[in-house]
Design a protein around this ligand. Structure first.
Ligand SMILES: [Zn+2]
Length: 187
């Protein structure tokens, strides 16, 4: 898996394109949580001794498109109730779905562990993308802080952080331009 930071950053980049308005920072924050959530399966697998290859194991059901869709519904309901001036439910759901699904997509671009069960619970087939440039992140904090962790961070910097920053800045620029255009039309 890429590190939790990289999953969160990817979601915020998508958020800059998909969600504007006064509540955007709060909505992006919820999107970042959605993008990190699938890896809670590391905790449940450890607690309940679930084998990695099991559908409930790491990169199984929690990384599926179905769970991304359902989590999108749940988080949309929470945001609509708790965040003032939030966007409409369709925009929120789409953002939270893409933010959550981006986690599996990035995992499927890593060079290690098992693939991602995108279509669980209907199929337990694990998938990787044909292109896998991201070094897999060690789960152990001790290993993460060593030389291998440095190599992983460089890999994530190049393949996730830099593209995410470009997407983020493009999203902000497009939204600012749209606001200016609307302002120009109305004056
Ligand atoms: Zn993962």
């Amino acid at each position: 898996m890429p590190s939790v930071f990289s999953h969160a950053i990817a979601a915020v980049a998508v958020g800059a394109v998909a969600v504007g308005g006064r509540s955007r920072a709060a909505v992006w924050g919820f999107g970042a949580l959605c993008a990190v959530a699938p890896d809670l399966d590391v905790v449940t697998s450890f607690l309940f001794r679930i084998p990695y290859r099991d559908m409930l194991g790491h990169r199984g059901l929690s990384h599926s498109l179905l769970v991304a869709a359902l989590l999108g519904v749940l988080v949309t309901a929470i945001v609509r109730r708790t965040v003032p001036e939030s966007p409409g439910p369709a925009t929120l759901w789409l953002f939270f779905f893409v933010a959550t699904a981006s986690h599996g997509l990035l995992d499927a671009m890593t060079n290690g562990e098992l693939g991602v069960a995108f279509f669980a619970p209907f199929s337990d087939t694990r998938y990787f993308l044909p292109w896998r440039p991201i070094l897999v992140s060690p789960i152990s904090i001790h290993v993460f802080l060593g030389y291998r962790g440095v190599r992983v961070m460089w890999s994530e910097l190049a393949w996730i952080w830099v593209p995410a920053a470009l997407i983020f800045l493009t999203g902000l620029a497009l939204r600012r331009r749209a606001v200016e255009t609307r302002g120009g039309c109305s004056s």
